[in-house]
Design a protein. Structure first.
Ligand SMILES: [Zn+2]
Ligand SMILES: [Zn+2]
Length: 362
């Protein structure tokens, strides 16, 4: 049980403040404290001289004259009415008052909001009338609209360029280019951890393939270890309202810790890096290697690949080909061979074109 503090209350009728909590009636006007009173602490050191005689129970509110009475009394000390089922104690009465206040605050807020909205609307209408009905959107909206418009234009342009379209082309000239890779069967010097088929003239050498960690020994080392050590209590004080003009002092204790460091020794395993040896092969081997490319080109309608003299040490590799026409304006259009072979200089054609390439002709 904590110590008991004598609190205060203010008289609602004559305005006297800091009336001692152990007085039921105002020393100035003589009226009893009533349901609108709130007890408070003015001096936390004002301890009750005889705490055993102080009640731990809250006052009750007389249902007839609203005055506060001590819990030990069964009839009102002001009007003589009996304490009955309808009487509330100090705390029940206080929470009812607080609920009423919260409700009033909410209603006022709603009313203010409604009034503010109405004022804003009428101001808006006035501004609109003043500007002669020419409504201009806020600046930020206009910037956003502009950005969206530019984005849409860029997308439209990309789509527009990619759409295949019909064109009339006057063919001024045709062209082609064909390339063939020439490969030679060549002796190569190589080395590897695995010996491939066909290797010859082989030399073997033991070489370092990699490293592995091998445990060597333990080393004794020290390190700092943190420890939480109890360091006494932190105390704080709070007050419990007894609802009868008095308060109970409550001491709260929370344990406090400090961090202490000490060093301890431990065994650290030490590893060494040991090389792993393997057999590496050095050898000669025959490989097909790109030697060069043969390119042929022309403006006629008879494309051909350069002739490669194939033998046991020479062969053809990859082949590439491309075909095009140039129109009267000097623009070049590519085409697949199957389309290109039907075209010749002097022709006027209707063709479907996409990104500089002829897709089909009519
Ligand atoms: Zn008074
Ligand atoms: Zn009464």
């Amino acid at each position: 049980m904590g110590r008991i503090i004598v609190g205060c209350w203010d008289c609602q009728y004559c305005g006297t403040c800091r009336i001692s909590g152990d007085l039921r009636e105002c020393p100035n006007c003589g009226r009893p404290r009533d349901e609108n009173v709130t007890f408070y602490i003015a001096d936390p050191a004002n301890y009750a001289k005889d705490p055993d005689k102080v009640s731990r129970e809250a006052d009750w509110v007389c249902a007839y004259c609203d005055s506060l009475n001590p819990a030990s009394q069964t009839i009102c000390q002001s009007c003589g009415a009996a304490r009955d089922k309808e009487t509330q104690d100090y705390f029940q009465n206080k929470s009812r008052r607080e609920q009423q206040e919260a409700e009033r605050a909410r209603q006022k807020q709603e009313a203010d909001a409604a009034a503010g909205k109405a004022a804003k609307n009428s101001a808006g209408r006035a501004a609109k009338n003043a500007s002669g009905d020419s409504y201009s959107p806020p600046k930020r909206k206009r910037v956003r609209f502009l950005v969206l418009a530019i984005l849409a234009a860029v997308i439209a342009l990309i789509v527009f360029l990619g759409i295949p379209r019909q064109k009339t082309l006057e063919i001024a000239s045709c062209g082609w280019e064909r390339t063939v890779e020439v490969q030679l069967y060549t002796e190569m010097e190589e080395s590897s951890w695995e010996l491939p088929d066909g290797a010859y003239d082989i030399t073997r050498r033991s070489e370092i393939y990699g490293y592995e960690s091998v445990f060597d020994h333990y080393e004794t080392r020290t390190r700092q270890v943190a420890e939480q050590v109890f360091d006494g209590y932190d105390t704080s004080v709070s007050y419990r309202d007894l609802g009868n003009g008095h308060f109970e002092e409550i001491e709260n204790r929370t344990p406090r810790y400090r961090t202490e460091y000490h060093s301890e020794t431990y065994q650290e395993p030490i590893y060494r890096q040991e090389p792993i040896y393997r057999t590496k092969y050095y050898y000669l081997i025959m490989r097909w290697i790109t030697d060069h490319y043969e390119t042929t080109t022309g403006e006629d309608s008879e494309p051909y690949f350069a002739a490669v003299e194939v033998s046991s040490v020479c062969r053809e590799g990859a082949k590439t080909e491309s075909y095009w026409i140039v129109d009267a304006e000097g623009k070049t259009y590519k085409a697949e061979y199957e389309i290109w072979k039907n075209l010749s200089a002097g022709q006027k054609i209707r063709a479907k074109v996409q990104l500089g390439k002829i897709l089909e002709i009519e």
